[in-house]
Design a protein around this ligand. Structure first.
Ligand code: SF4
Length: 341
């Protein structure tokens, strides 16, 4: 019989499951609190559950936990983890410390099939989706390792979250539940390269999270050169989906724009970007792109980035140049895993 990944079950799924086992429904809430608030690693630690029930659970279920394969600590307190999954694959998570609290950047897949040309995570393609338990455990393991509480989450690590839709949505359900870590939806950002049908599917859920769009170019031709997803969903469709998302959810969208030398950083790009974003209550993060082994792209000069930001300001677009934490350890996202592979 296939073993049950118990940490991936929502409270309602867990309640059904324990009832099927002949346990009481209140046992589900107890188990859920042990797994998601107290982060226990074994059923033996669930001391308010009967010994017989614990044995029954241990016979049928696994509690997924991650192992630290490698850890890099920056002078500014940023920590990059390479976590080993139960099947031996590795993924990355990054803990960043801001004044408003600790933020974790989590991975949603092993590898990625989106093929963005400036990204190390996609070199080698997608291996598999992460289970909900594996996304949750990145936060739990990081809190356990540091002893610090994490209050903010960005789904911006390895993988395209909307390409692992159901597991990511259940992750959000569990991490925000009051019997779990009780993290506010408003403290969660989900970043996508722009899978249009999934943006509509997400909109229908009317979550309070922030949707962040990785835009990175202002014409379809330029975007196709760096982001193959544009072949399936050109900018016109993507921007319409963003407008519709805002209408349906009432939530602001944030846009990410990687500054790539000679590729997307001209003053004309700034003008086109302001036109693309007109009508949004928008915010753009300008991100100096990280150098990646095997990629022809390098980051724009600091002066060019400043001029780009000034041009946007003249055009009434609010843009921030992303402060790069962990510069001294900063392998680009996915690079640590690649070295390990
Ligand atoms: S930038 Fe994101 S969507 Fe694009 S290849 Fe990298 S992980 Fe995948």
């Amino acid at each position: 019989m296939e073993r049950v990944d118990i940490k991936s079950l929502s409270l309602s799924q867990l309640t059904e499951y324990v009832k099927d086992l002949g346990l009481k429904s209140f046992n589900a809430k107890q188990i859920y609190i042990w797994l998601h608030q107290k982060n226990v690693h074994s059923f033996d630690e669930m001391t308010n559950i009967s010994k017989q029930a614990r044995e029954q659970l241990a016979n049928e279920c696994d509690i997924v936990n991650l192992e630290i394969a490698q850890k890099q600590v920056s002078k500014d307190g940023t920590i990059k983890y390479l976590y080993r999954l139960p099947d031996g694959n590795c993924i990355e998570s990054v803990l960043m410390r801001y004044e408003h609290g600790n933020t974790i950047c989590v991975s949603s897949q092993v590898g990625c099939r989106m093929g963005c040309k400036f990204c190390a995570s996609t070199q080698g393609g997608k291996v598999r989706d992460l289970a909900t338990s594996e996304i949750l455990s990145q936060l739990y393991a990081t809190e356990e390792d540091t002893g610090d509480r994490i209050s903010n989450i960005v789904l911006m690590g390895i993988g395209e979250p909307l390409d692992n839709f159901d597991n990511v949505i259940r992750f959000i359900e569990i991490i925000t539940s009051k019997d779990g870590k009780n993290i506010s939806q408003r403290n969660i950002s989900l970043s996508t390269c722009g899978i249009v049908p999934k943006i509509y599917e997400l909109a229908q859920l009317k979550l309070g999270i922030t949707l962040s769009i990785s835009l990175h170019a202002t014409t379809n031709e330029a975007r196709k050169r760096t982001m193959p997803v544009t072949n399936a969903y050109p900018l016109e469709q993507l921007m319409k989906a963003c407008r519709d998302y805002t209408k349906i959810t009432g939530r602001r969208i944030s846009f990410e724009y990687a500054m790539i030398k000679g590729e997307n950083d001209t003053q004309e790009d700034a003008v086109r970007l302001s036109k693309l974003l007109s009508g949004f209550i928008n915010h753009v993060n300008l991100i100096p792109v990280n150098p990646v082994d095997g990629s022809p792209f390098s980051q724009s000069d600091a002066r060019i980035i400043k001029e780009f930001q000034s041009k946007l300001a003249q055009l009434n677009v609010n843009a921030t140049i992303r402060r790069r934490l962990g510069q001294d350890i900063s392998a680009a996202c996915g690079q640590l895993r690649n070295e390990h592979r």
